[in-house]
Ligand binder design. Structure first.
Ligand SMILES: [Zn+2]
Length: 391
């Protein structure tokens, strides 16, 4: 067992990692220049002792907790109202991906005069923002999955169009991250598994994305190795601090790596989450093998590398897929989207929206809307064999 799980890292931002480091939250706020923090968290965490402790430790703080899974623009607007009403000067974003994304977007929007959708991650739209109007963020992840704590974007649902939009600005990167594994010990097994596989998918899709980015590839490979090794341990025993610490690091590594790009799994998971309000990590965990099979020809060499780094019993593409299916079953991830309430009614809409999702551009091979629809339908029905690998 590794005896030292503490570290101060400076890429991609300042990260204070280690058990018990939440005690340094007041220092983190001071360093980030936040005197009147708004603590943004979700409804589920609002009553947790870690939130009342944070509130007590931070002078002049208030809590905004009206954030749900798949946060929408209405949550951001309510957060902004609380932010301005309390004359806050920064955000402590506390929670899983939804709360972190909402908190980051509230801080970003706090000093902007243009509407939220003007800052969607398209071309150079981020240059429309006034950088002086972006408030600092201290991020405290309580799940090991999204890696939003080291991301420069927030995913927000447009309730009118039912589309998830990525709001991006380089300065949305939190100033300081407190990565304390003790905050994740209470996560139920199912959430640990779903969020952990999301982190794996970030590493996997980044590694398989085309483009020259050896820095991201290296981070992604080590992230996959850590998740392969420690996610089953974190699921078996939620109090395993070493496994929790390694998973938190791997989650941050996934989001660091996916600056290179994501791929077809996320392209489908985004519209599925928008239409069916499914859990993001769980959705990705179910979809992953369907997209892997479709991408077969383009990722044969890369899956060979992954099976060697993970030291899997059978090397190469087939060994990877076999391991993936077994691993998913062990972690009690369903095999079909139907099992989490997704149906086929608007499958052509899902196919179209997946094809225009920003993640689609990172898929190793181009995917047409009809092909996305086909992969989605196979995933709903649990019919992996019906997917013809792209040649
Ligand atoms: Zn994800």
């Amino acid at each position: 067992m590794s005896s030292n799980l503490r570290g101060n890292w400076n890429y991609p931002t300042t990260i204070w990692a280690g058990p018990g480091r939440i005690a340094e939250l007041p220092e983190a706020c001071a360093k980030a220049g936040i005197l009147r923090p708004l603590i943004v968290t979700d409804e589920g965490l609002a009553k947790a002792p870690m939130i009342s402790s944070a509130r007590a430790a931070l002078e002049n703080s208030a809590v905004f907790s009206a954030v749900r899974g798949n946060p929408a623009s209405s949550h951001v607007e309510a957060g902004l109202e609380a932010y301005h009403a309390g004359h806050h000067d920064g955000v402590v974003a506390f929670g899983g991906g939804s709360a972190l994304d909402a908190g980051k977007v509230v801080a970003f929007m706090s000093g902007q005069s243009r509407p939220l959708w003007d800052f969607e991650d398209i071309g150079d739209w981020w240059t429309r923002a006034d950088p002086k109007g972006i408030a600092p963020v201290v991020a405290v992840p309580t799940t090991a999955g999204t890696g939003s704590e080291v991301g420069r974007a927030g995913v927000i649902l447009n309730e009118e169009t039912h589309q998830k939009k990525i709001i991006f600005h380089p300065l949305m990167m939190p100033r300081i991250v407190i990565s304390d594994p003790e905050l994740t010990v209470g996560l139920p097994r199912a959430v640990t598994a779903a969020t952990g596989i999301d982190a794996f998918v970030h590493c996997f899709e980044a590694f398989c994305a085309p483009g020259f980015h050896p820095l991201a590839d290296g981070v992604a490979l080590e992230g996959m190795r850590l998740i392969h090794r420690y996610l089953p341990r974190a699921c078996a025993n939620g109090k395993d601090i070493e496994a929790r610490a390694q998973m938190l690091a791997a989650a941050s590594m996934g989001a660091t790596a996916f600056q290179k790009g994501l791929g077809g799994v996320h392209a489908i998971a985004h519209p599925v989450g928008s239409w069916f309000n499914t859990h993001h990590g769980l959705t990705n965990a179910i979809i992953l093998p369907y997209v892997v099979r479709f991408n077969r020809a383009a990722i044969a060499e890369k899956t060979d590398v992954i099976t060697r780094v993970l030291d899997l019993p059978v090397r190469g593409f087939d060994g990877f897929v076999q391991w993936l299916l077994d691993w998913r079953r062990e972690l009690e991830i369903p095999h079909s989207l139907a099992e989490i309430g997704v149906h086929l009614d608007n499958s052509s809409v899902i196919g179209h929206e997946a094809s225009i999702d920003p993640s689609a551009g990172g898929n190793p091979v181009p995917v047409t809307p009809a092909q996305f629809e086909h992969i989605f339908r196979a995933a709903v029905l649990g019919q992996l064999d019906t997917i013809e690998p792209h040649s």
